[in-house]
Structures are given as structure tokens and as C-alpha cells.
Design a protein around this ligand. Structure first.
Ligand code: ADP
Length: 443
């Protein structure tokens, strides 16, 4: 600045002195004013050039200015650079923030004062069936047509959330969404959505389970109470009394069976998978299962001879690493079912075999009543039965397959059902090689 003033002063002095030398006082006046005008015109031209350059808004464009003006351009360029750097930094932060919201398992949606969509993440779009870009600016109530949501938005009290139906890609499973609005920044709103389908299903399952257990216990209890009343009120002969007591024993056994299966299930669900330290010797275990199956089969007639053709196959030295009680329970359930659901004269093949990669495969194949395809996906659910009365008549609790499946999975294996109605069924469990051991005796 000082050098610029010095230059102007020097320039004016030279012009004024030159004018004075040429024409005295008039020359001095003309010289000084001429020099001043020249300086002003020069600065005006440069300022105009700078203004046009600034208006273009691109600091990388060339501009021919020198001295003080070049320095000004330089400063402006540095200002632009700092601003661009700050903008880039803020944009980077904003992107990071948006990516974090995108990664959220919950849906996030921003609404303006009028309830129009300003921004939403992919999860919210998927939950509510919106298009992330196309639906921006649309009123949320025009797009989410659930009546519960419409009245929730209208009530303007957002302390509680509301459960609505989401947009599901699968027709078989409806999406349940928990939705809540949170006002912010004046009259804007943040809408959060959360997929609570699994929780709703778990609640439903719990309710169904309690209802099923109550129903299963109530039936034998009602029968028992009826017999007790009969015994108390009617003068019965000792033979008749014995008949009633036998019938009562059947109902009591049924309840015992149910309670015992329920305890097994809750134990399986509440404990860690069995360790691989115990090697279960299948030979004595299968001998016991075979004896029980023969006895159960015989009971379907006069109790003397089995009424099914039963075959058992077991590779020598095969052991499963896991729980003896659990393996016994799973195997026994499947074999017992085959006997119960195969008519007299039917054939039942029980096979343990080793797979090519050292895994063990257990299967029970029968040519009994079979199961229609529509029942297969739900068959291993608790209390699911194809034929309720047949299951009850043969002492079933509706929990056997659920228990077997659980046990196979706890041992790292899987459980499979193949069946054709009227032709027969094959229930199988596979155990991974890590759970298989070949040895002479249990360690
Ligand atoms: P349940 O105690 O009723 O037998 P399970 O869980 O063991 O209960 O079996 C569930 C249902 O699967 C049974 O009610 C029956 O309808 C069907 N089921 C099981 N095993 C067989 C089989 N071997 N053949 C035909 N149906 C079967």
C-alpha cells in the first residue's frame, strides 16, 4: 500500500514538475490533474477487468494484472481455495454422516413442515415401499396408506410409536413395522421405522404355545375329572371301578408324556450345545431303541409278536460326539413315530451310515400312511399334527419331531423329512464329521 502511495506521489510530482517547467503555475495544475486522471482511468480499467473476472466465478482463469491488482487477484484466489477446501471437507463429513444413516438397520426419513419427504435412507424406502429419489417432495400420508399411520400423523401426539404393515416382497410373510415421528427444527419431523416382524412372530408363537399347552393339558384333565366324579357319585362294582381306573391311568400317562416332552424342549432351548467330549456308543443305544420298537409294534396286536417288519443297520464302532440322552431321545422319537404311523404289516428300515466325508447319516424309512406335501414345511413345529385324533390315540404329544429337529441342530446337523401321502415317509438326521468318531468303546 505504501509503495503504491509512493508511486502515485512520485508520478504526480513528476507530472506537476514537468507542467511547471513547461508552463509555470498553469502547467503545474494541468500536469497534476492530468496525472491524477491518468491514475484514475488506469485503476478503473483494472478494476473493471477484475470485476469481469470475478463474475465468471472461476479462479483458475487467467487475468493479466500487475502489481497491487495482481496481489489482489492472488488473495482472492487463495480465498477461493480455502472456501473450496472447506466445502469439500463439509461435503465429505455430510457423506460420511449419510453413509452412517444408510447403514442403519432402521429406516430414517426426514419430513419438511408440510409433511413432504426431504430425504430417506434405503431401509426406510424398502420398509415403506418408497422410491428414494422419485418420491422426494411427496406427502408421506399420500404414499403410506395404512389407516393406523394416517390417524397417528393426524393426532399430533408422537410420544408413542405405532405398528403398521410394511411393504413386504414376500406374500407369505407380512412385514410389521414400528413407526415413530420425532419433531425437530421447528415443525420438521424425523420418521423412524423398525422392522418388528420377528418380534411380532415370536409374540404370536408364545401366545400359540401357551394356548396349545393349555389345550393339551385341559383335555386329559377334563376326562380325569369326569372319571373321578363318576367314581365318587356312582355305586360301581370292583370290575367297573378297575376299568375306570385304567382309563384314568391312560390320561395321567398322557399328561406325564406331555410334561416330560415340554421339559425336554425347554431344556434343549435353554442350554448350550452338548460338548464333543462325550462319545455316544450307538450299539447299546440302538439295541434299546430296537427292543422298544419291537415291544411297541407288538402292542398294536396282542403283544406277542411285532406286527411290522423292522430292520436295523449300524456300522461297527460308530460313535456320535454329543449327548447320549439327546441322541437317544431323537432316534427313539423317529422310530416310535414310524411304528405308530405305519399300519400292521408295514415295513420300517432304520439305518445309520457313514457319508463320503465322514459324516453320519441316520434315517427311518417306513411305508406307512405318509404325509401330504402341504404339511411338510410345518411338520416339525411344536404341536403341529396332520391327524390330531390319530396322534392322540397313539399317545402322541405333537412335540416329538420338534425335539428331534432341535437335537440334530444342536449337534451341528440337520433334519429332513421326505414323504408321499399313502406311500410312506423317511425322516433323517445328518451329523457333521466333527461329531463322528469310530472307536471300539466309548472313551
Ligand atoms: P406326535 O406326537 O403327534 O406324533 P410328532 O411331532 O412326533 O408328534 O409328529 C408330528 C406329526 O407328524 C404327527 O402328528 C403325524 O401327523 C406326523 N408324523 C410323524 N411321523 C410320521 C410318520 N412316520 N408317518 C406319518 N406321519 C408322521
Amino acid at each position: 500500500m505504501i509503495s503504491r502511495l509512493l508511486f502515485a506521489f512520485f508520478y504526480l510530482s513528476v507530472a506537476a514538475s514537468g507542467g511547471y517547467w513547461l508552463d509555470g503555475a498553469t502547467g503545474l495544475w494541468i500536469g497534476a490533474n492530468g496525472a491524477l486522471l491518468a491514475l484514475l482511468v488506469r485503476d478503473y480499467v483494472r478494476g473493471d477487468r477484475l470485476e469481469r473476472w470475478l463474475r465468471q466465478g472461476d479462479p483458475t482463469l487467467e487475468i493479466s494484472l500487475s502489481g497491487y491488482w495482481a496481489e489482489l487477484v492472488d488473495r482472492i484466489r487463495r480465498g477461493y481455495k480455502t472456501r473450496d477446501q472447506l466445502t469439500a471437507l463439509h461435503q465429505h463429513r455430510l457423506q460420511e454422516f449419510l453413509s452412517a444413516i444408510q447403514a442403519s438397520p432402521n429406516g430414517v426419513l426426514l419430513l419438511d413442515e408440510e409433511g413432504r419427504i426431504e430425504w430417506c435412507n434405503q431401509t426406510a424406502a424398502a420398509h415403506l415401499g418408497l422410491h428414494e429419489q422419485r418420491d422426494l417432495g411427496q406427502h408421506i400420508v399420500n404414499l403410506v396408506r395404512d389407516p393406523a399411520f394416517t390417524s397417528y400423523v393426524a393426532q399430533e401426539d408422537y410420544n408413542n410409536e405405532v405398528i403398521i404393515e410394511g411393504r413386504s416382497h414376500s406374500l407369505s410373510q407380512l412385514l410389521k413395522l414400528q413407526v415413530q415421528l420425532h419433531p425437530y427444527g421447528g415443525n420438521k419431523k424425523l420418521l423412524l421405522t423398525r422392522d418388528v416382524t420377528a418380534r411380532a412372530q415370536a409374540d404370536q408363537m408364545r401366545r400359540d404355545f401357551v394356548a396349545n399347552v393349555s389345550h393339551e393339558i385341559r383335555t386329559p384333565l377334563t376326562v380325569l375329572a369326569g372319571f373321578v366324579e363318576t367314581l365318587q357319585s356312582l355305586p360301581l362294582s370292583p370290575e367297573e371301578q378297575q376299568k375306570y381306573l385304567d382309563l384314568m391311568a391312560v390320561q395321567a400317562h398322557r399328561m406325564q408324556g406331555l410334561v416330560s416332552d415340554l421339559l425336554t424342549l425347554s431344556q434343549l432351548e435353554g442350554s448350550p450345545p452338548p460338548p464333543v467330549t462325550e462319545a455316544v456308543d450307538l450299539k447299546p443305544l440302538m439295541a434299546q431303541v430296537k427292543a422298544d420298537a419291537i415291544a411297541l409294534s407288538a402292542l398294536q396286536d396282542d403283544g406277542a409278536q411285532p406286527v411290522h417288519s423292522l430292520t436295523f443297520q449300524l456300522p461297527e464302532r460308530l460313535h456320535i460326539l454329543g449327548s447320549q440322552a439327546e441322541i437317544h431321545s431323537a432316534v427313539s422319537n423317529l422310530v416310535t413315530n414310524a411304528v405308530r404311523y405305519t399300519p400292521v404289516g408295514g415295513k420300517i428300515d432304520v439305518v445309520w451310515e457313514l457319508g463320503p466325508e465322514g459324516q453320519a447319516h441316520f434315517s427311518v424309512k417306513d411305508n406307512g400312511v405318509g404325509i401330504a406335501a402341504e404339511h411338510l414345511p410345518r411338520l416339525s413345529e411344536r404341536f403341529y399334527r396332520v391327524d390330531r385324533s390319530r396322534s392322540r390315540e397313539s399317545g402322541g404329544t405333537g412335540l416329538g419331531l420338534a425335539i428331534a429337529k432341535h437335537i440334530a441342530q444342536r449337534h451341528g446337523g440337520n433334519f429332513q423329512i421326505q414323504s408321499v401321502l399313502g406311500e410312506g415317509s423317511c425322516f433323517s438326521m445328518s451329523f457333521p464329521s466333527a461329531r463322528v468318531k469310530m472307536e471300539a468303546k466309548a472313551s
